[in-house]
Design a protein around this ligand. Structure first.
Ligand code: NCD
Length: 359
């Protein structure tokens, strides 16, 4: 069974193929209009969304398929106390593929373990967002003509922003990438991304809080929203919310071919006066999402050959409990205490990947 839980479910070759297919869909739309005729996509969004849900729905409709679903947990039986596992067991009987978004980290792993149809992670808490990453890569490839040999700046909420975690993981597959992580000290890139992905592969990165000073050397600048909904102390959010505002003035010393990306929604972090600059790619990026999600659906429904790596190398350890208060294991009833050993020998929660070696 094929799922897309984290970007590591796809190899570099598969990612490149998805990019190639997305580009083909854009130029040859009619070739694809019947590819999913008779198939049903369920979009289960336990957390708000505009682009991700609607572009998934638009993607399935553009492939000739149909769509069912809900757009908030309050419209589903979750509000009556139903477990995620039960919801998925039922919905997988009504659909051929499920795209889901959930506030708890690791929730799509629970879904995949209870589904008869492919599960697509459309965002799990502050953890991962692999389909956003695939459309980000498509955007970089279209705008720059290549994904290798780039200095990539990521700016804003690197701690809670799930898009940047998946994006750094994916970009680590390409050659000669250098990262500049721009954030306040409270919102730095999580340790697990830096140690298990970048340090392990010897990929260079620097951490700074200086946006303006970093801009001149960047080929790509990926701006992100400060993730209000993930702060336990709202006073900290209020203090940090407008820490970075990209405007025309800050772009004065930027490269002429800089690409400015943002997963959207934007709050204040990019001033609207940047929108008519050719280097602002974010609305083109959002549109790319429709075509990339068409490619993802085709792949997971077996219309395109690919080999899927499994998340199923987990073992049960009754002595370990995940300590991450945002993990799905703290909410969902009856989950086995499943752990995985990473390449550095650390024991991690199977669901949210937090290090649980030392408690
Ligand atoms: C992002 C998300 O949901 O993580 N949005 C999106 O999917 N396009 C970014 C965000 O909400 O800030």
């Amino acid at each position: 069974m094929k799922n897309l839980i984290g970007i590591e479910d796809f190899s570099k070759e598969e990612i490149d193929k998805l990019i190639e297919i997305s580009k083909d869909i854009m130029t040859n739309k009619t070739k694809y209009i019947d590819k999913c005729k008779g198939k049903i996509l369920a979009t289960l969004f336990f957390e708000p969304s505009t682009r991700t849900r609607l572009s998934f729905e638009s993607a399935m409709l553009s492939l000739g398929g149909n769509v069912i679903g809900f757009s908030s947990a309050s419209n589903s039986s979750t509000s009556k106390g139903e477990s995620l596992a039960d919801t998925i067991k039922v919905v997988s009987g009504y659909s051929d593929i499920i795209a889901m978004r959930h506030p708890k980290e690791g929730a799509p792993v629970v879904a995949a373990d209870n589904s008869n149809v492919p599960i697509i992670n459309a965002g799990d808490g502050g953890h991962n967002h692999p389909t956003q990453t695939l459309l980000d890569l498509l955007t970089i490839s279209k705008e720059k003509g290549h994904i290798d040999d780039l200095v990539v700046g990521l700016c804003g909420d690197l701690k809670y922003g799930r898009t940047v975690h998946s994006l750094v993981t994916a970009l680590s597959l390409y050659s000669n990438i250098r990262f500049v992580f721009i954030s306040p000290k409270e919102l730095k890139m999580p340790e697990y991304v830096k140690t298990t992905i970048l340090d392990k592969k010897g990929i260079p990165y620097i951490e700074t809080n200086d946006l303006e000073g970093s801009i001149p050397e960047l080929d790509v600048l990926y701006m992100t929203r400060i993730q209000r909904e993930r702060f336990s102390d709202i006073a900290v959010y209020e203090r940090l919310k407008d820490v970075y505002i990209l405007d025309k003035k800050k772009l004065e010393n930027a490269k002429k071919d800089l690409s400015i990306l943002h997963p959207l929604p934007r709050v204040n972090e990019i001033s609207v006066d940047v929108d008519d600059d050719q280097r602002a790619c974010y609305f083109r990026q959002a549109e790319n999402g429709r075509y990339m999600r068409m490619a993802i659906i085709l792949k997971l429904l077996g219309e395109i050959d690919f080999e899927n790596k499994s998340h199923d190398n987990a073992i049960i350890d009754n002595n370990l409990r995940c300590q991450n208060d945002k993990c799905i294991t703290l909410e969902e009833r009856g989950l086995k205490p499943l752990v995985i050993k990473d390449d550095n020998g650390k024991i991690r929660c199977k669901y949210c990947e937090h290090d649980i070696s030392v408690i």
